[in-house]
Ligand binder design. Structure first.
Ligand code: BGC
Length: 366
């Protein structure tokens, strides 16, 4: 009898303890089963509850991975975030607005602590910002500005300066003549800034009558095939006689050059691009492209990663610059772009290790 009583008491105490323990778990984390399961594995129930610092998770929503630079951005951003002890989930939308919204929603529902976005469409991405904020998630606009939305931070280059550097280089070589402007995607705020920068330099010369812009078109979705068609149109409309070409990036410059090669006029006409892509660096040393604008992507990715993780940890970010996006003055960090031509390619992109010397020169003499 005594034995029976003592066994029953032991069982009752055990059941009561189990009940109390499971009740406590639910109170600790009523909405987060994942954290529950981590706590359930704690082998030391009597140890004082030490709040474990959760690993910060960043969501990175990218427009595309179609160009060389964005692959670099992806890889560098990932390793920078990881070296800060956080993790990152990356999704790319292949230039599809609806898909980018859907992917961002997925990241939000996965419970990321902060969303970093390279918007395909500056205006359409405002929807993502609203949804993120409703879920209490801050948004960092990466390289491209999201327009008309309450974004928390913008990290990019001085994109207007990119256009100025292009036009400064080309007008030095061609102070008078017929210019072709192959713009970027109309839906990308950067394309507008690049163009503004170019015209900051060209306009006084246009006003003087020295320069005439004989062709000026956007390149839908930044597609090189559209740039090729644009350049053919420019040549057709001007009987193949143009004096200079400014293209909004290296991919579009490459196809403009292709159209000029086919028209038998490449090499003699200065062409500007941007991004310091390997193919552009090779064209520069070969002589079919005059210059590119080098934007050190490692610096952008590292800066953005550092700020994203700090913001996700709730730290206050102090920036001296603000950029108006049509709705708010967005706290901004804008890095400096660098003009690159045949003369300084060694001391810029090659010295930085952005490209290897042997890749740029492909075994040819310097
Ligand atoms: C970026 C460029 C890039 C272009 C096309 C712009 O927003 O700033 O570096 O070449 O998009 O992807």
């Amino acid at each position: 009898m005594d034995l029976w009583i003592s066994k029953s008491l032991t069982m009752l105490v055990a059941i009561a303890l189990l009940f109390i323990a499971s009740g406590c778990e639910k109170l600790d984390n009523p909405l987060n089963p994942e954290v529950d399961s981590v706590q359930n594995n704690n082998p030391l129930p009597d140890e004082e509850a030490i709040p474990q610092e959760e690993k910060i998770k960043i969501g990175f929503s990218m427009d595309t991975l179609e160009e060389e630079r964005w692959l670099r951005d992806r890889d560098l951003f990932k390793s920078a975030v990881e070296s800060l002890g956080a993790e990152v989930e990356i999704l790319a939308a292949n230039g599809d607005d609806a898909l980018q919204v859907l992917q961002a929603e997925t990241l939000i529902s996965q419970g990321v602590d902060l969303l970093v976005i390279v918007p395909h469409n500056a205006e359409a991405a405002a929807t993502i910002v609203k949804k993120a904020h409703l879920a209490g998630i801050k948004v960092l606009s990466y390289d491209r500005l999201i327009k008309n939305a309450d974004i928390d931070l913008y990290v990019s280059f001085d994109n207007e300066r990119v256009g100025e550097l292009q036009a400064e280089s080309i007008t030095k070589l061609v102070p008078k003549g017929k210019y072709v402007y192959i713009g970027g995607a109309d839906t990308d705020n950067n394309a507008h800034l690049f163009k503004k920068g170019v015209f900051n330099i060209l306009q006084p010369l246009i006003d003087k009558g020295d320069i005439k812009v004989v062709y000026d078109q956007w390149t839908k979705n930044w597609l090189p095939s559209n740039a090729y068609a644009n350049m053919q149109e420019a040549l057709d409309a001007n009987g193949g006689k143009v004096d200079a070409v400014i293209a909004a990036n290296d991919a579009t410059a490459g196809m403009a050059i292709q159209a000029m090669i086919e028209a038998g006029i490449a090499g003699g006409i200065p062409v500007a691009g941007q991004d310091a892509e390997l193919a552009a660096a090779q064209r520069i040393v070969e002589g079919t492209q005059t210059m590119t604008v080098y934007k050190p992507i490692p610096t952008l990715a590292e800066e953005a990663a550092k700020l994203a993780v700090a913001m996700a940890r709730g730290e206050y970010i102090d920036t001296s610059r603000k950029v108006n996006n049509g709705k708010v003055e967005v706290p901004s960090v804008l890095l400096s772009p660098i003009a690159v031509n045949k003369l300084n390619i060694e001391e810029t992109v090659i010295a930085d290790g952005f490209h290897l010397e042997e890749e740029v020169y492909q075994g040819n003499n310097r």
